[in-house]
Design a binder for this molecule. Structure first.
Ligand SMILES: C[S@@+](CC[C@H](N)C(=O)[O-])C[C@H]1O[C@@H](n2cnc3c(N)ncnc32)[C@H](O)[C@@H]1O
Length: 309
């Protein structure tokens, strides 16, 4: 699965590894979960669904310690993540990591926990990847009768989804136009000493790359990112360059899969209600609202709770 590859390579604790906080989440998201922990109070047992490398679970554990609230935090994910690779340079985060009870290779459609075990199930961009008709029923099986589910989910018009679409445009263009294969041919020409031919073909490839129509800042960033990786390889051509271009091509394919996955789970409000209805959950109510970061649409915020609450 492409998530295995992603978590294996990244040092980040969340899939938002480029944000400016140690856990990778923007301040507004950290504050949102801070309020949830305060509201839930003493003794709650949390489960972070599709935890990845655990950023949300770890943050909840940090909050319990900071606020001197008792409670425990579990996190599970389908990916095959090596727990030893979940580390941080920040002491507070490291000690929280050691307390969270992680379980990997675990699907939300088949949770390995007893009935009515958790007070609260949470998820930050995780639950929507599962098959709701199974995972919602599983979620309610492991949730206590008066428990609550709080989910932050991808939104089809969010900054994240728009960024994914920009990434997909640039990365797909690179692959569809065989840019990396052409660079591999250039490497071969240079190594074989065909310098003139190399220079002519090099110009042609550069012209082809310049023909890519970049229409916004996000696309510009994606383009700059991939071009910096390409330049690093092409400015020092040697016997290892072909292998490096090959691994870059594989990494791009994995990235495309991840971006496609991400955009495909950004559901509309109607779709979310439909999926919830289809799970045929009796006595549960759902509320849904948008969540902004820096005044920009970031995601959906969803609460599911027993009707009598
Ligand atoms: C966007 S990442 C989010 C991870 C984490 N919540 C975070 O904030 O960084 C989505 C995660 O969903 C996991 N996932 C996808 N389908 C799943 C399923 N059916 N059951 C459990 N986890 C799943 C993937 O392995 C991946 O780690």
């Amino acid at each position: 699965m492409h998530w295995d590859h992603y978590w294996d390579l990244t040092k980040a604790l969340s899939s938002f590894g480029d944000a400016n906080t140690a856990l990778g989440y923007p301040e507004e998201v950290l504050n949102f979960w801070d309020e949830v922990v305060l509201e839930k109070g003493e003794g709650a047992v949390y489960l972070d669904l599709a935890t990845g490398k655990g950023a949300l679970a770890i943050w909840l554990q940090c909050l319990l310690k900071r606020k001197k609230i008792s409670g425990s935090v579990y996190g599970c994910d389908l990916a095959n993540i090596d727990e030893l690779k979940i580390t941080s340079d920040v002491d507070e985060i490291n000690s929280a990591i050691n307390k969270v009870k992680f379980q990997f290779n675990t699907s939300l459609e088949n949770l390995p926990y007893p009935n009515e075990y958790f007070d609260i199930l949470v998820s930050q961009f995780g639950f929507e990847y599962s098959n709701w008709s199974h995972s919602l029923n599983e979620a309610f099986r492991v949730l206590k009768k008066d428990g609550e589910i709080i989910l932050m989910m991808h939104h089809p018009d969010s900054v994240i989804t728009n960024d994914c679409k920009s990434g997909l445009k640039i990365l797909n263009w690179m692959l569809e136009n065989n840019i990396l294969n052409e660079l591999e041919n250039l490497v071969a020409l240079k190594l074989q000493g065909h310098i003139e031919l190399f220079q002519t073909r090099n110009k042609e490839v550069i012209q082809k790359i310049q023909s890519l129509n970049i229409s916004n800042d996000e696309e510009k960033l994606w383009f700059a990112d991939i071009m910096s990786k390409v330049s690093k390889i092409m400015l020092n051509i040697d016997q290892t360059s072909k292998t490096k271009l090959n691994s870059l091509q594989n990494a791009l394919r994995q990235q495309i899969e991840r971006l496609l996955d991400q955009t495909s789970v950004a559901f509309s409000e109607d779709e979310i209600y439909e999926k919830f209805e289809a799970a045929k959950l009796k006595n549960m109510k759902m509320s849904i609202a948008t969540f902004n970061v820096n005044n920009e649409l970031f995601c959906w915020q969803i609460k599911i709770s027993p009707k009598e609450m």
